[in-house]
Ligand binder design. Structure first.
Ligand SMILES: O=P(O)(O)OC[C@H]1O[C@H](O)[C@H](O)[C@@H](O)[C@@H]1O
Length: 273
């Protein structure tokens, strides 16, 4: 049940607010001298190390934050999310991005259906396709392997892929695999940006990935049509099926656009856009 009390009207919020005034008087240098405090602000899990000791916070702050989380029913809200309740009340839908990284045997229901098998079908399809592109067995319209990628998308459909790209830029294995390849992002409708994106790329060896939850976003669709024209004017309209793929919830529009449904990687309404 959603509470009608605003979080800022609760006692734990007021306590935390008063506490922040106190903590401002203490220098971080002094906080860092407290060994017990520093040790309890470091955690390790599954090879990941989190050190949050360099925050203006004491153990008392953490305790107050926990009390606030309790007042906000954070645990219950997390459980509601995992059980597929429509916690996105404005869009009346589940919020299940957690299902995208769930193990194969997990059961996560949305509207009475376990969504995990569908997720894994798409993940396997993505892996299969990307491996073919990487090992050169997927070839373009003129028989050449595809080495460069242009990702079209705006908002979340740009920032998500960009985030992964940024994260992998310092991973030695990813750097090795990316040698000789370019990944470019087309995320606005400035014609100069289109020109910059395709400069130096050959349509014969380029893969275009259109990422759009709705497949109706004006900027993305304009850029997708521009690059469809770039490909088909150089290689003929049938080349689109070899050189363009999509990631979307709207597979009907993807197919209408001319992308082969076999190369459309689905996701679902319950993934935030
Ligand atoms: O993924 P799409 O449907 O193309 O939407 C792309 C973006 O469109 C708008 O800017 C929305 O505010 C964003 O939340 C969304 O990520």
């Amino acid at each position: 049940m959603a509470s009608t009390t605003l979080i800022c009207d609760t006692q734990p919020w007021k306590d935390l607010k008063a506490h922040t005034e106190d903590i401002k008087k203490t220098h971080l240098r002094d906080l860092m001298n407290d060994k017990e405090r520093c040790e309890s602000m470091m955690v390790e899990f599954d090879g990941m190390f989190l050190d949050y000791s360099r925050q203006c916070a004491t153990l008392e702050t953490i305790d107050k934050l926990y009390k606030l989380a309790e007042a906000a029913s954070l645990k219950q809200q997390i459980n509601r999310m995992y059980s597929g309740e429509h916690i996105n009340s404005t869009e009346n839908r589940s919020v299940l991005h957690v299902a995208l990284r769930a193990p194969r045997d997990a059961v996560i229901n949305s509207d009475g259906k376990n969504v995990v098998p569908d997720v894994w079908n798409v993940l396997d399809k993505i892996k299969d396709f990307s491996e073919k592109v990487r090992n050169g067995s997927w070839v373009g319209a003129t028989g050449k392997p595809l080495k460069d990628v242009i990702a079209i998308g705006i908002g979340g459909s740009f920032l998500g892929p960009l985030f992964v790209h940024a994260a992998l830029q310092t991973d030695p294995e990813a750097v090795e695999f990316a040698k000789g390849r370019q990944l470019r992002f087309l995320a606005n409708v400035d014609p100069i940006d289109v020109a910059r994106n395709i400069a130096g790329l050959n349509p014969e060896t380029t893969l275009v990935v259109v990422v759009s939850k709705t497949f109706t976003t004006a900027e993305t669709m304009l850029n997708a049509r521009t690059l469809r024209e770039w490909i088909s004017s150089a290689l003929g309209p049938s080349a689109v099926a070899k050189h363009m793929v999509a990631v979307s919830t709207n597979l009907t529009l993807v197919e209408k656009f001319g992308i082969d449904p076999n190369n459309a990687f689905a996701f679902w309404d319950w993934v935030g856009g």
